[in-house]
Write a protein of this length. Sequence first.
Length: 159
Amino acid sequence: MSQTSIPLSYLGNVNDAVRIVQAQYPAALLYVVLGTTADGKPTDDPRAITKLRVIFRDEGGTVFITSKDIWGEWNAPTRVDHPFVGDRVIPWPINLDIVQAYELIRKHGYTESFTTVNLSWTLYPGVEEPHYAFELSDGKTVFVGVYTHTVLPAVVLTK
């Protein structure tokens, strides 16, 4: 019987990062997933967001882990004794994958390409759930709530 390979999903890949980090830092909690295309070029395929940097809160410090060039492989986690602020912990796991989030923004009329998709729970009044933030090529960002699947109108964020 031959075995077929099933590609690892975005959530499956982040889950691996969580598992790797928590094996070394058991108190680490998921904070932010920063994702870009490998070549930095715009795309309209959420599966092209393959360069990931995952950030964890850990007892007064921060743990970082970055993906390797091969999807599903990770560099060793590193820890610094400084907190990362501005976000809330993302209760893991979540059920909304990046592909589903992208389908939701397309249904709302956003057809621009993007280079970056971040998963976070911004510490801001009124933000009641983690969200995917798609940074569109026109300079706007569209947010998708991971629990409610609500698509928030595109906004220009200052950098």
